[in-house]
Structures are given as C-alpha cells and as structure tokens.
Design a protein around this ligand. Structure first.
Ligand SMILES: [Zn+2]
Length: 481
C-alpha cells in the first residue's frame, strides 16, 4: 500500500528535491523505514544513532501528531498522508488594562476610522489596542512587518529586543530598515519607522542579547510576546520565560520557502517544548544565513503573527492556540496540524521540572562546540597565508564544500563537493595531498575538516573566515553574499 509522505524544504535535498514521495507501508514505522531505505541520507536526520526517532522531528498522520496516536505503530491507509515537521532556526488572557480607561483623540479617531467601523473592533477594541503592550523579540525579517502593522493598528506600546546593526544582506527582506540605515543599530531604524507610521505609539528599545539573566525582567511588563528570532537557544528561552510568566507567545519561523506559525499559551494549550522537547544538534538545521530565505516569506509569516497578536488583544475570533500552520510558498499551500499539550512537558506539564530559566546555549549544545574550536581540533589557515602559499606555487588542493548555487555566485576555483555529499564522494579526494577546505565563512568547512581527519586525511586545513574573508582581505572582486 502506497502512502503519500510530505517532505519539508530542509529535507528535500535528500529526496531528490521532491516535496512528496510515495512509499509503501501499513504503519508509520514501515513507511519511514522504506523512506530511509529509498533515500539513505535522510536516515541521520530522522533517526538518532540508537535508531530512535529524533525528538525535534515530529511526525503527523493527516493532521494528528503520532505521539498521541499509536506512535510509530500508528496504522496508515491508502488515503492517509504522513507529514514530517522538523523544528526550524523562530488570547491571552490579555488582561489588557482597560480599567485604566484610555481615551482616543480626534486625530486617533480619524486615523483608526477603518477599524472603528468594524463591529468586532469598534471604539472599545481600539482602546484595547491602545492599552496593550507587545514585545517583539528581534527586529529582523519577521520583526519588520510585525512592528509596522502593529504600530499602524494602534498598539499603544511596542517593545523591541535586538542588538544587531543593519547590513546589506538584511535589506532583501527586513523592510523596516533602509539603505541609508546600513551600519546603524536596527533599533534606531525600527524606532524611526514606527514613529513615522504612528507617532502615538510608545516605543521601548532593548539593545541587549536576551539571556536567562534579563529575560523575565524584559518580558514581564508586556501583554503579548512575539518571537521572531532565528536561533534555538532564544526560542527555548522565550518559551520558558513566557510559560513561567503566563504570557502568550506568538510564534513564527521561516526557512527558504517554508513558514511555521502558531500561538503558544501554556494556560490554554501547548508550549514550544510540548512540540519540540529538545533542540536539534548544532549544525544539523541550517540558519537563514546558511540556508537562505525568500524575501517575501517573512513578510507573509510576520503579518500572520501580527494578525494573531491583534486577535489576542481584541479577544476576538479563534486564536491559533493548539494549532500549527505550515505555509509552503512554492506550492502555495497552508496546512494545519493539531498540537496537544504534553502532560510530561518539563516546563508546562503536570509535574514541571523547570521552575526557572536555564543555560540555553548549553541546552542547545552550543557551548561544547565553541569549546572544541578553542581546542584547535581543526587546523586552520588564514586567507593571507593561503594567498602567500598559492603565489609561491605550493601544491594545495582547494576543496569547496558549499552548495552549487553558492559556487555560481562566487568561487575561488576550488573543487566542489557540498558538505552533505562529502561522505559519499570522499573517494574523489587524495588523502596524501594537502587540502584546504573552505565554505562561505568557515562553519561548514570546519565540520568537513573534522570529518576528513576522522577518515584518514592527515593534511587538511580549514580556511578561516571562508570565501567572505578572501573577498574582504584579499580580492574584493569576489562578490560577497
Ligand atoms: Zn509545554
């Protein structure tokens, strides 16, 4: 019996780019086994070394999580479909204080007139918006449409946490910042854009990296928290802080052409840890910088987050609590999945074990990686040294482990084997030759060096800073991306 399996974008490189595949099987277990037999490299993404389904990969039969069915033994039939949903690097009881009765000026009444004439908003809804406060974590791709629409809608106070400066690569999607803002703090241009749209909004800026030390303090004064970050430690930190403070967390994440959105509110439904109890190991899920993102996608997902935020404040409609919506831009499909609260959840379950914020870098396995780098496990070469040695005519083999489309943008004439293909294509390399491995900025190539060292290549080095450093310090004609 052949079952349709939906493959998410991050895993499509391993299924010959197909978004759906037909695989035989009468249970989830059989289907997934046949799937990984057909597409070998998928295995390491779906299963741990012990052969267990990885906890940051959720499997759905139709719209239901198999954890709440018969797990991997869940039977499947011809008309069923299986979806693989990996975590991607992201009503409150809005007790909006209407008692501190806010009023609207004539200017505001005119400004919000298209809201005021909708019965579901009206004067009282508009006052709720004015009395509400929303904290945006991140002033990037998702934060841009969020801030602009929430400001335009008349949310009284918008807080933004961000410590980044605007760079050229942001402009393709972070529409709150302009070309003239490059090099300046994102908070500066964010505030300027918000105030230009609606001077009535109070803007609070937090030029800090959100941490276990400051998160509760920053979050506590806001009615709704909106998570638009791009890394797993902050996702878990924001989640736990929201659960501990009892605040709703409007969650959105994006990768290439895929978006995810839901509202976590542990008082009324599941939290992020109910969905993904543990984070993926560092390096397995590429970031936007590594994997790319379609410019308009954060606009779509961020706008949907703004919509859910406004609904929570107005207490109108059905909030996206306990429902995860996946948007596939290439297919133009929205699919909805039911999320359940996990009674065993360590932070919002019946017997929680987490009562305060923890070290999230460590939890996400980031600290040990950084340490191994300090231990100089991977030998490095600087771009200056490489240039010198090439000029001298040394016999160096340059290996490029980026993707073909990156090679097309800019290359140093190296031999191309994408990191994901290295295990199968390692025989193309000569183990006695001195090999310099490079990628865009040095992360993927460090992993390639480690792999090659473990597979009998003694003379292999990582090009520190990658092709980006080469462009900055050796040859500016090489475009940066
Ligand atoms: Zn939970």
């Amino acid at each position: 019996m052949s079952i349709r399996v939906f493959i998410p974008t991050p895993l499509r490189p391993y299924t010959e780019k197909q978004d759906t595949v037909e695989v035989d099987g009468s249970t989830v277990e059989e289907v997934l086994k046949n799937l990984t037999l057909k597409y070998h490299p998928l295995r390491q993404h779906l299963y741990s070394e012990e052969g267990l389904l990885r906890s940051y990969v959720n499997i759905y039969v139709n719209e239901n999580d198999i954890r709440y069915l018969a797990k991997e033994k869940t039977p499947v039939h011809e008309t069923d479909s299986i979806s693989i949903i990996p975590s991607i690097a992201g009503g409150i009881d809005v007790e909006v204080e209407t008692e501190e009765e806010v009023g609207l000026s004539n200017e505001e009444i005119l400004r919000y007139s298209r809201h005021l004439i909708i019965p579901e908003v009206g004067l009282s809804g508009q006052k709720k918006l004015k009395a509400a406060s929303v904290l945006l974590i991140g002033a990037g791709g998702l934060g841009s449409p969020l801030a602009l629409y929430l400001a335009a809608a008349g949310v009284g106070k918008i807080g933004i946490v961000d410590f980044d400066v605007v760079d050229e690569t942001n402009l393709q999607r972070q529409i709150m910042h302009g070309t003239s803002d490059v090099g300046k703090p994102k908070l500066e241009s964010a505030k300027k854009s918000i105030k230009d749209i609606n001077p009535n909004v109070t803007v609070e800026t937090y030029p800090v990296r959100l941490s276990s030390e400051n998160a509760l303090d920053v979050l506590k004064d806001y009615d709704v928290i909106v998570d638009g970050t791009d890394n797993f430690p902050t996702r878990y930190l924001v989640n736990d802080a929201c659960v501990l403070l009892g605040k709703p967390n409007v969650y959105g994440s994006i990768f290439r052409f895929d978006g995810q959105i839901t509202v976590f509110d542990s008082k009324r439904g599941p939290c992020y840890r109910c969905l993904y109890p543990t984070p993926p190991p560092p390096g397995l899920v590429p970031s936007c910088a590594e994997g790319g993102v379609l410019g308009v996608l954060p606009g779509i997902i961020g706008t949907l987050q703004a919509l859910e935020t406004i609904k929570l404040i107005l207490q109108e409609g059905e909030p996206l609590i306990g429902r995860l919506v996946l948007f596939d831009a290439l297919k133009f499909s929205f699919r909805e999945f039911t999320l359940k609260k996990n009674p065993e959840c360590p932070v919002c379950g019946t017997n929680p074990t987490i009562h305060q914020l923890i070290d999230y870098e460590q939890f996400c396995g980031i600290a040990p990686i950084a340490k191994s780098k300090i231990n100089f496990h991977e030998p490095e070469i600087s771009v200056e040294e490489l240039k010198q040695r090439l000029d001298r005519g040394d016999d160096l083999f340059l290996l490029d482990v980026r993707e073909p489309n990156e090679y097309e943008i800019a290359n140093l004439g190296g031999y191309l084997i994408p990191l994901s293909e290295l295990p199968e294509r390692v025989s193309e390399l000569n183990p006695v030759q001195e090999i310099v491995v490079h990628c865009k900025s040095g992360g993927r190539s460090a992993r390639a060096v480690k792999f090659l060292q473990q597979n009998g290549f003694p003379k292999v080095m990582n090009l520190a800073g990658g092709i980006t450093a080469w462009s900055q310090r050796i040859d500016p004609r090489i475009p940066r991306y």
